[in-house]
Ligand binder design. Structure first.
Ligand SMILES: Nc1ncnc2c1ncn2[C@@H]1O[C@H](COP(=O)(O)OP(=O)(O)OP(=O)(O)O)[C@@H](O)[C@H]1O
Length: 232
């Protein structure tokens, strides 16, 4: 579904050049649960940004369902992201003046095939918090709202950058369980960036990065349920 051919990304700041991605080749299939591991600065976020069209490549090609992303205009990329991709970050990025329901609704606005918001609220266990505001929720609950918001548009791929970075084990596993369910139920492709080795036990494929390169791709023979992964 997503293919990267010889993708490189160089950042230039003044005289300094940083080769954030070096000649990356990678295929991500529909319905895969992918975990990207690597030390700080190894290029994980850059990889996510170029795959999702948030940032341009310096050289190489990226195709999504046969369409060449690297040829799209800025406007086409915005449309592409809106129609196909969901994002979850460590920060919940909720709008404080909107209720839980309204925050999730924001995710489905303008999209072609939105999911039912009350159904999503039930899925993330927040039906009772429908009319609350973000400041009335715990961190874990806020992250579940942001997961529901990114799912509302029924994306083909959901990109998660340290989605549980700010949460304790119990809340993290709740979030991971939702992602896992979504992956099996709807065949949504899930790509998770993390420092947490335990999360790799849930993956179909683990991609290890170092210094802008993919150093290893491991295919897990068996996957663990979110609640059974090791932690800490
Ligand atoms: N906008 C930018 N301008 C210049 N250099 C950048 C920019 N974004 C990232 N870099 C550099 O590219 C390299 C890869 O960064 P990246 O954020 O992709 O790493 P990462 O693996 O996601 O790190 P972390 O785990 O700390 O988030 C780093 O050396 C970083 O300093």
């Amino acid at each position: 579904m997503i293919t990267l051919n010889n993708v490189s990304k160089i950042y230039r700041t003044g005289d300094i050049e940083t080769r954030a991605l070096k000649d990356i080749n990678l295929t991500i299939d529909r319905g895969e649960f992918i975990v990207i591991l690597g030390p700080s600065g190894s290029g994980k976020s850059t990889l996510l940004n170029v795959i999702s069209g948030l940032d341009s490549v310096t050289s190489g090609r990226i195709t999504f369902k046969g369409h060449e992303l690297t040829e799209l205009s800025g406007e086409e990329l915005v449309e592409f992201r809106r129609d196909h991709l969901g994002f979850i970050f460590q920060q919940y990025n909720l709008l404080q003046v909107l209720t839980v329901f309204e925050n999730i609704q924001l995710g489905s606005d303008l999209c072609r095939r939105p999911l039912d918001i009350d159904e999503l609220l039930e899925k993330v266990g927040l039906s009772n918090a429908r009319n609350k505001y973000p400041h009335q929720l715990s961190g874990g609950e806020q992250q579940r709202v942001s997961v529901a918001r990114s799912l509302a548009k029924n994306p083909d791929v959901i990109f998660c950058d340290e989605p549980t970075g700010a949460l304790d084990e119990k809340n993290s596993k709740q979030i991971l369980e939702i992602l896992q369910e979504l992956n099996t139920e709807y065949q949504t492709t899930v790509v998770v960036i993390t420092h947490n080795l335990g999360i790799a036990e849930m993956a179909d494929k683990v991609i290890k990065m170092n210094s802008g390169e993919i150093t290893e791709i491991i295919t897990n023979k068996t996957k663990k349920a979110a609640r059974d992964i090791s932690w800490g």
